[in-house]
Design a protein around this ligand. Structure first.
Ligand code: A3P
Ligand code: MG
Ligand code: MG
Ligand code: MG
Length: 358
């Protein structure tokens, strides 16, 4: 667990991760501009996946492999090549290959052209199961695919696990207005858009522009009275129980309406003090994946915040591809956490005692 002599811990990995995420963000921005409905595939779990999800995964894998040459490479990533290997996916695979090669040529950092087979095997470098030992990259190539398709928020989320702990995280949010992150679902004319959040364990969290402006330290808000707090949650009602979060907010005394945006951009916004609370309560039976939280959680904790499950336990990223969380995930600052936890537990208890609808 040590960095090379004279350089801060994980400095090389952080630089590589930022480069990989910025490169993938270029591809995503190109695709979002030309969204082609025909390129949307539906995975077996009924979540959408686009050429950009695959293309982003390829570019992150490629950049990490080029930049970090020491040690063996292991990555736990959301997508795999199974659907792309089917006969009817030939055209989509060709489109992904073109997009990846065009992005690489435009960027100019790597003098490489990938074949279709190269694309498929780069996607499959993300098949690791992770776990408590060794180092594993954790990637969500597009988090918030539904937001991406709607023209809303999305994130490229990359983290590094070392001996079961998240030690660095990078979040690229191409649609997040950098200079005023207040108008999150609207247009941001006059603002510089595209934020890159990053954090290394013990070193704090930073934000810079996706174009590479100097990084600035960030911290969560200092609000200690819930009356002045606002909260983030998923845009999609299928991803979180809006009725339960409404009841938590009411119990806590939050006055502002929920701010609903897609993806781990919620963690990024929280980490720079925009908004005070993030609530996530999936419907019964849903299992959270580590790539949906690893990068966002370290950005928030290194910005001085706290991220726990609904019982106040830390998130454990060492158990493989899934998180074993109790009921939901909450994030806020240290001042608000005790009263938030109390409201969460009261609201959950009340919901469980309510008569179920016929
Ligand atoms: N029924 C469900 N409940 C909770 N989360 C879900 C879900 N179905 C999908 N998700 C996850 O919610 C993520 C998006 O979160 P958010 O609502 O904050 O934008 C998705 O990430 P992807 O878009 O990477 O698939 C997906 O992993
Ligand atoms: Mg998905
Ligand atoms: Mg995701
Ligand atoms: Mg995804």
């Amino acid at each position: 667990m040590s960095g090379s002599a004279g350089s801060p811990l994980y400095a090389a990995e952080l630089a590589a991760a930022k480069k990989a995420v910025a490169l993938a963000a270029r591809l995503c921005q190109t695709v979002q501009q030309e969204i082609l409905q025909s390129d949307i595939q539906s995975k077996a779990d009924k979540s959408p996946v686009t050429v950009a999800d695959y293309g982003s995964q390829v570019l992150v894998s490629l950049a990490l492999n080029m930049e970090v040459t020491s040690g063996s490479f292991s990555m736990v990533a959301e997508e795999d090549s199974e659907d792309l290997r089917k006969d009817n996916a030939e055209e989509i695979l060709e489109h992904i290959t073109d997009l990846v090669n065009e992005t690489l040529a435009e960027n100019g950092s790597y003098n490489i052209t990938l074949s279709k087979e190269g694309i498929l095997s780069a996607i499959d470098t993300g098949k690791s199961e992770g776990g408590p030992s060794g180092r594993h990259w954790v990637l969500d190539p597009i988090d918030g695919t539904k937001g991406f398709l709607r023209g809303g928020q999305y994130a490229i989320a990359l983290a590094l696990l070392d001996e079961g702990k998240v030690v660095l995280g990078v979040l690229g949010c191409p649609n997040l207005p950098l200079t005023s992150i207040s108008n999150l679902n609207g247009s941001s004319s006059g603002d510089q858009t595209g934020a890159l959040f990053s954090a290394t364990i013990g070193c704090g969290a930073e934000v810079e522009s996706l174009e590479g402006s100097p990084p600035q330290k960030i911290s969560v808000c200092t609000i200690d009275n819930p009356v002045n707090a606002s909260f983030f949650e998923s845009y999609e009602g299928a991803h979180t129980m809006h009725d339960l979060t409404g009841s938590i907010a009411e119990k806590l005394g939050v006055q502002a309406p929920p701010v609903r945006i897609d993806s781990q951009a919620k963690y990024g916004a929280l980490a720079c003090g925009v908004g005070a609370i993030y609530l996530r309560f999936p419907h019964k039976g849903y299992k959270e994946k580590i790539w949906d939280h690893a990068a966002g959680a370290i950005v928030v904790t290194e910005a001085g915040g706290v991220v726990t499950d609904a019982s106040g336990n830390d998130l454990d990223f060492s158990k493989g591809r899934f998180l074993d969380v109790d009921t939901g995930i909450i994030a806020t600052n240290k001042q608000l956490m005790p009263s938030l936890l109390k409201s969460v537990q009261e609201a959950i208890k009340e919901k469980s005692q309510a008569p179920s609808p016929l």
